[in-house]
Design a protein around this ligand. Structure first.
Ligand SMILES: [Cu+2]
Length: 165
């Protein structure tokens, strides 16, 4: 066997392997969790809960990471009326205000502060965005566009993917 041919085919295999690795990583980064960055603020992993019926409710969760060097605050959230009638930032209370019986109540919060260099998770049982009176049932795989208004970074458009449970 000609050693030159052997080396060539090894080189060709390497190129093919690198191409496959590149393809695989490009796929996983786009399908697993999407990231949106604006003026140093990143919103990642946005997802929403399924809702069975129109006029139902859906919770939306995501992570805010602040690398802007400035104090940041999520101040508002809105969605198109084709998605829901209104949206609100809320926080679940594990314990009610009397300090007694745990209640699964939740209340509106005006803003979510995110210190410079810090990140905040909106997650089940804690901070979340509540979509009220959704326009149509939300099923796993559906996409929802949200507009998040930040103190310094401005209004950021992000997309959340609906997930079961
Ligand atoms: Cu809520």
């Amino acid at each position: 066997m000609n050693p030159l041919n052997g080396r060539r085919s090894v080189a060709a295999l390497l190129v093919l392997a690198l191409a496959l690795v590149g393809f695989a990583s490009a796929c996983s980064s786009s399908s697993s969790s999407s990231k949106f960055t604006q003026n140093g603020v990143t919103v990642s992993g946005a997802w929403a809960t399924e809702a069975e019926i129109a006029t139902g409710k859906s919770d939306v969760y995501f992570t805010i990471t602040n690398n802007s060097g400035l104090y940041e605050k999520l101040m508002s959230v809105s969605v198109a009326t084709s998605v829901a009638k209104s949206a609100q930032i809320q926080e679940s209370d594990a314990v009610d205000s009397t300090g007694g019986v745990p209640a699964m109540g939740m209340g509106q919060v005006n803003s979510i502060p995110v210190l410079s260099g810090d990140s905040v998770n909106l997650e089940p049982g804690g901070l979340h965005v509540l979509l009220m009176e959704i326009a149509a049932p939300l099923k796993a795989g559906d996409k929802i566009d949200l507009q998040l208004g930040f103190l310094n970074a401005g209004v950021m458009k992000v997309t959340a993917t609906v997930k079961a449970g």
